[in-house]
Design a protein around this ligand. Structure first.
Ligand code: WTA
Length: 633
């Protein structure tokens, strides 16, 4: 492991100071331990003023040489990837670093053979199979920009993402296993591709052996191309700021944004945060992150972070509740997992299931637990600590975002004192500020405000694909010269940070970001809808649920069947994850005289807190509030 790995709290404090006082020296030292084709001219340049920040400018590299080739001389036979299938009796698939290197090179040649070059966009719409991780790295190998779309999104969402970044190639599966279901990925892709003229070729990896239609000239079986592909694929030379990937994420307005990450800074950030937060210190340690590669967590902490660090990454195809709610714990025991990283929503779901399933598991291999994606509540934190970690495993509550590339606030395992529900302290290189609504920085402790970052860090997103202005507005438009996260945050008496949740119109459902506007737009497309307002409300398992208030055009229509139509519509336009949990038909929405919907009131009603609606006197028609409150009951 690297010389820059922090091993005690004093070292953390020193590193933190050094990272902000002299970022060039600090990150320059760290970068020395990677493999470069050419070293940088400057470590950090530019800044938030002109949004021209760059890291390791002038350097040349390929991230896959750092993930794979670099380990070939030192540990070719070490396991790089361990795949646990959906079916507990299915085949566990293992790749050593040598084997993974070969698979990535063959796949890279296979996509190169279809005319994909540096800078081209490749969409990956796949289930959690090894070939997804391999495809990600294969793109990076030849400098193609990968855009992974989560396999739970609908045909329309997939099409929108392919169109936005003009992908030339789509890689998918025939079907994907998810518990007792098969997701018809190829069929959904076919539907999407009706409106995606930029796609020239489709590679279909066969997983479920489901029957699929293959369009001749466009569709190719993975196994046909793969078997004739050469294992010799020199890594493309990439400049530090060449794009590595696009990942779409929802914001408070408009359609999802293609968040763009570049090469060198992201690489250094992924490895640095992975090693320091999780602290895999023993050769035998085995790390498992349960996320899907369709989300940023799967990019940084299943794929890049672990492989850059030369450890074994475990990848799971299935879901936590199949064949029963003991699956996670069985996998931990089966493979003797030491480091386990999951989402609060999974913890809450499993907590609510048969407790004997966790009790009868052994779990003694575990050393470190992690959470990510949403605020964890005290009950879930305590349960995780007691029943999974047996009170001997630190919990690293890691706060970060798609846009931050990697972890920003988190305990370092066994180094930082943990506190239930606190992400605790910033990673070196992260300068946090809490600001009030006017943008004034809030000093001192025992305070709460909007969470901002005041200096560039290596892993940050560089732009929104095709819309730099939107990037500027979304992240730097609220407070000048500060990156605004969209999250609220408290700093306690010890200077520890606790994230309180989104302060914008983004709902965090089971750790998935969903923009209220996106759901509203989907529902508003229905014939019988005049207007919709969507808000989040506290949900026991999902963290937040989706509550939709809808004004119908024809109130005579049967309400039950209408509600069913609304749910189907959202599933069709976005995907099942965005389906409203509650739908209330209303005759009007609370609006200000200027026509703005007062979401504050709708949120309160959705929370069941209709006694504290605050001032409603500025409303155009205060009587709708009474109706909504009564209707909610
Ligand atoms: C939320 C996921 C509290 C937060 C890596 C953030 C969290 C959004 C935590 C980003 C945490 C993530 N505690 N909230 N430990 N981690 N969040 O882009 O609201 O899918 O802004 O990235 O999730 O979600 P994203």
């Amino acid at each position: 492991m690297s010389q820059w790995k922090i091993s005690n709290f004093e070292e953390y404090q020193k590193a933190y100071m050094a990272s902000l006082e002299n970022p060039d020296q600090f990150w320059g030292n760290i970068a020395e331990s990677f493999q470069w084709k050419k070293k940088w001219n400057t470590v950090k340049s530019g800044g938030f003023q002109n949004l021209d920040f760059k890291w390791f400018d002038g350097s040349e590299l390929n991230i896959t040489e750092n993930c794979l080739d670099r380990h070939l001389s030192s540990q070719p036979d070490k396991l790089a990837l361990l795949f646990e299938p959906n079916d507990p009796h299915g085949e566990v698939i293992k790749y050593t670093y040598r084997e993974l290197h070969e698979a990535v090179c063959k796949t890279a040649n296979m996509i190169k053979g279809l005319g994909i070059k540096k800078g081209d966009r490749v969409c990956l719409y796949m289930s959690m199979v090894p070939e997804l991780l391999i495809s990600v790295l294969a793109c990076a190998r030849i400098g193609a920009i990968h855009s992974v779309v989560f396999g739970g999104f609908s045909a329309q969402s997939l099409a929108g993402r392919i169109q936005d970044s003009d992908c030339k190639l789509l890689i998918t599966n025939d079907g994907g296993y998810r518990g007792d279901k098969i997701i018809p990925l190829k069929e959904i892709s076919d539907e999407a591709l009706k409106n995606c003229p930029s796609i020239e070729n489709v590679i279909v990896h066969s997983r479920t052996k489901s029957e699929v239609k293959m369009q001749s000239g466009r569709d190719h079986w993975w196994h046909d191309l793969y078997k004739n592909s050469s294992a010799d694929c020199p890594a493309e030379t990439m400049k530090a700021e060449d794009p590595l990937f696009i990942l779409y994420t929802s914001g408070s307005t408009g359609k999802p944004k293609g968040v763009l990450h570049t090469t060198a800074g992201y690489m250094v950030w992924a490895a640095y945060t992975f090693q320091n937060v999780f602290q895999l210190n023993d050769e035998k340690d085995l790390y498992w992150c349960t996320a899907d590669i369709g989300w940023i967590t799967g990019h940084t902490y299943i794929t890049y972070g672990p492989l850059l660090s030369g450890v074994t990454t475990v990848m799971f195809e299935g879901v936590p509740t199949y064949p029963d709610a003991g699956r996670f714990w069985n996998i931990v025991d089966k493979h003797q997992i030491t480091h386990f990283y999951t989402a609060p929503t999974a913890i809450r779901a499993l907590m609510a299931c048969d407790q004997s399933l966790v009790e009868k598991a052994n779990l003694s291999s575990l050393k470190v637990l992690g959470t990510v994606g949403e605020p964890i509540n005290v009950e879930a934190w305590e349960w995780y600590n007691e029943h999974v970690g047996k009170k001997k495993c630190p919990i690293v509550d890691t706060w970060w975002q798609t846009e931050t590339g990697g972890i920003m606030i988190s305990p370092l395992a066994n180094i930082t004192k943990t506190k239930p529900c606190f992400a605790t302290l910033p990673i070196p290189g992260v300068s946090l500020e809490l600001v009030d609504a006017d943008g004034k920085v809030i000093e001192g402790n025992r305070v709460e405000g909007n969470l901002c970052v005041s200096q560039s860090w290596p892993g940050q997103a560089r732009t929104v694909w095709g819309d730099h202005e939107r990037f500027k507005q979304t992240y730097f438009g609220t407070y000048p010269n500060k990156y605004f996260t969209g999250d609220g945050c408290r700093r306690d008496e010890d200077g520890y940070y606790r994230i309180t949740g989104r302060v914008d119109d983004v709902i965090n459902v089971s750790g998935h970001r969903i923009g209220t506007a996106e759901v509203e737009d989907a529902i508003d497309l229905l014939e019988n809808v005049i207007e919709t307002a969507v808000v989040g409300y506290p949900h026991d398992i999902k963290g937040q649920g989706i509550y939709a208030y809808i004004i119908m055009k024809d109130a005579e229509v049967n309400v039950d069947s209408f509600i069913k139509t609304v749910r189907e519509q959202v599933t069709k336009v976005i995907g099942p994850i965005a389906k409203p949990d509650k739908i209330q038909i209303v005759s009007g929405l609370p609006k200000t005289r200027s026509g703005k919907i007062m979401r504050r009131i709708l949120r309160k009603v959705a929370e069941g807190d209709s006694k504290n609606l605050g001032d409603t006197s500025t409303l155009l028609d205060p009587s709708v509030v009474t109706e909504i409150v009564n209707g909610a009951k």
